[in-house]
Design a binder for this molecule. Structure first.
Ligand SMILES: [Zn+2]
Length: 223
């Protein structure tokens, strides 16, 4: 009988705690906004980097049209998924804290979860920032190449020393054509920090001043 009431207490307390530590809608919205700002920045950086490698030195506009839409919807999806993961993780941690001390009160749990979260934040925030930056880079580069169809260049796989089989292979390939690099859109895998870079001096086919560098409608190009 005693163990039964304890189980019920545990369930009730855990459920209440789960609700206390759940991310609220306002928090998820604020997170989506913050991720969108990061993505806008990463998008501009990626477009600027690709355009610069083609000789373009002008300004990069704010993303608009389909670019802004993609950045916004990805930020929303990410915020929802981060909130879902957080909920799952925090519930697991509540369970762990319970196993460590069946008599813990709400202060015990708050302290335990604060400590657990501080440690989790260290790697989690870096992981999220990386993933946000790398997926945005891949998207922006694909958009840049898609809009600047006539561009011909060579590409190299750049980033830290690779550890996964595919990245090691791509890293070792040296200069490749657009056809090859487009078969392997970055990030190659979750946590991958590699990108394709246009090799300086190899870009031809479009006058730098006529490159698409953002905006809804492509600029008129010379035939
Ligand atoms: Zn990689």
């Amino acid at each position: 009988m005693g163990s039964r009431s304890q189980t019920e207490l545990k369930t009730g307390l855990q459920r209440r705690l789960g609700n206390i530590f759940r991310m609220r809608d306002e928090e998820i919205n604020a997170l989506a906004d913050s991720l969108y700002k990061q993505r806008v920045q990463a998008w501009k950086t990626a477009i600027a980097e690709n355009a610069k490698a083609c000789g373009y030195t002008g300004a990069i506009p704010e993303p608009s049209g389909r670019d802004a839409q993609w950045l916004k919807s990805m930020s929303r999806l990410d915020a929802d998924s981060i909130a879902k993961t957080w909920r799952k993780d925090v519930e697991k941690e509540i369970g762990r804290l319970y196993e460590a001390n069946h008599r813990g009160n709400r202060y015990y749990y708050r302290k335990g979860i604060d400590e657990w979260n501080a440690k989790r934040e260290v790697w989690k925030s870096r992981q999220i920032a990386n993933q946000t930056e790398m997926t945005t880079f891949g998207f922006a580069q694909a958009r840049f190449l898609g809009e600047n169809e006539g561009l011909v260049a060579l590409y190299t796989f750049v980033g830290p020393p690779p550890v996964c089989v595919i990245c090691i292979r791509l890293y070792g390939m040296g200069a490749v054509t657009k056809q090859v690099m487009q078969e392997y859109p970055t990030p190659i895998h979750f946590g991958c920090t590699h990108t394709w870079r246009i090799m300086p001096g190899t870009a031809t086919g479009i006058d730098p001043g006529k490159l698409w560098v953002g905006g809804k409608t492509p600029r008129k190009r010379a035939a």
